[in-house]
Design a protein around this ligand. Structure first.
Ligand SMILES: [Zn+2]
Length: 83
């Protein structure tokens, strides 16, 4: 696993969720997600955040919910940098 490419993929994961990638890039990112558990986990977290944001698009996300998501994100980052 190559940290530099994972940092690169993190941006593309966000773009993927925003549907801003072309078909070739989508395939590349999905291939990487298949092989890279930390990136897959980040993808799941990003997707969860997007779902929460989409659900509450007419009202602000409750503060405690937002805090929990942030805490979860930090924990995952710690796990990734420890491994
Ligand atoms: Zn990765």
């Amino acid at each position: 696993m190559n940290d530099e490419s994972c940092a690169d993929f993190l941006d593309r994961i966000v773009y993927l969720l925003d549907n801003e990638l072309d078909a070739g890039e989508i395939r590349e990112v999905k291939l990487h997600l298949d092989e890279c558990a930390p990136c897959l986990e980040r993808y799941d977290v990003q997707r969860t955040i997007k779902t929460i944001v989409a659900r509450s698009c007419h009202e602000a996300a409750p503060d405690d919910l937002r805090q929990r998501v942030i805490v979860q994100l930090r924990q995952i980052s710690v796990q990734i940098s420890d491994s």
